[in-house]
Write a protein that binds this ligand. Structure first.
Ligand SMILES: Cc1cc2nc3c(=O)[nH]c(=O)nc-3n(C[C@H](O)[C@H](O)[C@H](O)COP(=O)(O)OP(=O)(O)OC[C@H]3O[C@@H](n4cnc5c(N)ncnc54)[C@H](O)[C@@H]3O)c2cc1C
Length: 411
C-alpha cells in the first residue's frame, strides 16, 4: 500500500448500498490512530432505500421513510462531503467534485446506475422513471394530476385514458410498481369521485415473459397475481417510440395512457462512461477478482457500476442491492487487508434468492431453488427490508470479530 501518504485517504463515492456498507464496515474497524482519513461523498444527505421506493410511488409508504439521514448512521470519524461527483483525475488520483478535487490513496466507486432508455425516441421526454425517492413521488403526483384532469374530461374514453398508467419494462421494478399502482389507483379514483373500475395499469415487456430470466414457476405466479390485481400484461411488445398519445409498439399499435413510466433497463452514469476506466457490458467498469478496476489498482468499484462475471452464466451479475452489499463488504475487507499488509480476498457472490412484492399483500420469491408466492413472499420482502434497516443501525461501531480485535491499528 501507499504508506508514504499521511493521512492515508480513502474516498468513497456514493452512499448507496455498496458505498454505505463499505463506509460503515471501515469506520467500525478502523481505529483513531490508524492514520486513515475516511471520506464519503454523495450529492444527497441521505441513503435511499431503493428497494422500497415502489411503495412510495403507490402511496403505501411516506417518502421520508425510505430516506435514511446519513448524519444519523455515520460514525463521527467519517468525513461526509455532500456534493456532486463531476469526473476523475485518474493520473493525479483525485476525485473531481462540485466542491473541488478530493485527493485519494484509494477510491471506492459506488455511484450506482441510471435508467437506460436505449435511445428509444421520445422516451426521455414522455416517460417518468423510478430510480429515486423523488422519482417515486413524481409518479404518484402525476397519477393524482391525471385523476384530477379525468374529473374534468367530458368524454368517457378520454377519462379512462387519463386513469391508465402504462409501465414499460417487466423486470422486478416494473412488476413491483404495477402491483402497487393497481391497488392505489382505485383508492385515488374514489377520492376524486371517479369510477374505480375505469382505472387501468398496463405492464409492457419486449420479451416473451415478465421477470425474464426467472424460473417458469415464479413467472407464472407473478403473472397470476398481477392478473388478480387487474394489471394487463403485454409481452412480446417492443416499444418503438413514445408519442404524446402513448407508447407506440413496433407493431404500430399505440398503448395509450395518462402516465407513462419507464423501468426497462439501467446504464452507468455518464461521468463513469467517459472516465477512461475500462468498461464492459452496459458501460459497467471491468474489475479484477478483488473488485479493483482493471489497470487501476487504487480504485475499487462496487455495486451496479461493477461488471463482474457470474461464474455460472459467464454474463455480468445482475445489478441488485443484494450483490451491491456483498461487494461493499469485500471492498471494505480488501481495503483493510491492504492497510494491514495482508492478502486481498476475491469477491464471490452468494445468491440468497430473489423476492419481488406484487401489491401490498402478495409477492413471489425463489429461495434455494424453490419458488413460492402469496403472503409468505410479501412477508419475506418485509423481513429483508427490516433486516437491512437494522444492519445499517447496527454496523455503526460494530465489529464482526469482537470489539477492538478486528479494528485495524495503524498501517
Ligand atoms: C425501484 C427499485 C427497486 C429495486 N428493488 C430491488 C430489490 O428488491 N432487491 C434488490 O436486490 N435490488 C433492488 N433494486 C436494485 C438496487 O436498488 C440497486 O442494485 C442498488 O441500489 C445498487 O447499489 P449501488 O450502491 O451500486 O448504487 P445506489 O444504491 O444507487 O447508490 C448510488 C449512490 O451514489 C450517489 N450518486 C450517484 N451519482 C452521483 C454523483 N454524480 N455525485 C454524487 N453522488 C452520486 C447517489 O445519490 C446514491 O446515493 C431496485 C432498484 C430500484 C430502482
Amino acid at each position: 500500500m501507499d504508506g508514504a501518504q499521511t493521512p492515508y485517504r480513502i474516498v468513497i463515492a456514493g452512499a448507496g448500498y455498496a458505498g454505505l456498507r463499505a463506509t460503515l464496515r471501515l469506520s467500525a474497524r478502523l481505529d483513531e490512530g490508524s492514520g486513515v482519513e475516511l471520506t464519503l461523498v454523495d450529492r444527497r444527505d441521505h441513503h435511499q432505500v431503493l428497494t422500497e421506493v415502489a411503495r412510495v410511488a403507490g402511496g403505501a409508504r411516506p417518502a421520508g421513510e425510505t430516506r435514511i439521514p446519513l448524519a444519523r448512521v455515520l460514525d463521527e470519524r467519517v468525513r461526509f462531503v455532500r456534493t456532486g461527483v463531476t469526473g476523475f483525475d485518474l493520473a493525479g488520483r483525485r476525485l473531481l467534485t462540485e466542491h473541488g478535487p478530493l485527493p485519494y490513496a484509494r477510491l471506492v466507486l459506488a455511484l450506482g446506475s441510471r435508467p437506460n432508455d436505449f435511445g428509444i425516441p421520445g422516451l426521455a421526454e414522455r416517460a417518468l422513471t423510478l430510480w429515486s425517492v423523488d422519482d417515486a413521488r413524481r409518479v404518484l403526483a402525476a397519477v393524482d394530476a391525471q385523476m384530477a384532469a379525468a374529473v374534468a374530461a367530458p368524454d368517457p374514453g378520454e377519462r379512462r385514458r387519463r386513469m391508465t398508467v402504462v409501465i414499460g419494462g417487466g423486470g422486478a421494478t416494473g412488476v413491483e410498481l404495477a402491483g402497487e399502482l393497481a391497488e392505489e389507483l382505485p383508492r385515488l379514483a374514489e377520492r376524486h369521485a371517479l369510477p374505480p373500475d375505469d382505472c387501468a395499469v398496463v405492464l409492457i415487456d419486449a420479451g416473451p415473459t415478465i421477470l425474464g430470466g426467472s424460473s417458469p414457476e415464479l413467472i407464472a405466479r407473478a403473472t397470476a397475481i398481477l392478473a388478480d390485481l387487474g394489471v394487463a400484461v403485454r409481452t412480446d411488445a417492443r416499444i418503438a417510440r413514445a408519442s404524446a398519445e402513448g407508447f407506440v409498439l413496433e407493431s404500430g399499435e399505440t398503448i395509450a395512457g395518462g402516465v407513462f413510466v419507464w423501468a426497462g433497463g439501467v446504464k452507468v452514469p455518464d461521468i463513469v462512461a467517459r472516465s477512461g476506466l475500462p468498461v464492459g457490458h452496459n458501460g459497467r467498469v471491468k474489475v479484477d477478482r478483488y473488485l479493483r478496476a482493471l489497470d487501476h489498482p487504487a480504485i475499487f468499484v462496487a455495486g451496479d457500476l461493477a461488471s463482474i462475471p457470474d461464474p455460472d452464466t459467464g454474463r455480468a451479475l445482475l445489478p441488485t442491492a443484494q450483490s451491491a452489499l456483498q461487494q461493499g463488504e469485500t471492498v471494505a475487507t480488501n481495503l483493510l487487508a491492504e492497510i494491514a499488509g495482508e492478502e486481498l480476498v476475491p469477491f464471490s457472490f452468494l445468491d440468497k434468492g430473489f423476492v419481488v412484492s406484487v401489491g401490498g399483500r402478495s409477492g413471489v420469491a425463489e429461495v434455494g431453488g424453490r419458488a413460492f408466492g402469496g403472503r409468505p413472499a410479501q412477508l419475506l420482502k418485509h423481513a429483508i427490508e427490516w433486516e437491512y434497516r437494522q444492519s445499517v443501525k447496527r454496523l455503526r461501531g460494530w465489529s464482526p470479530i469482537g470489539a477492538g480485535v478486528a479494528r485495524v491499528q495503524g498501517r
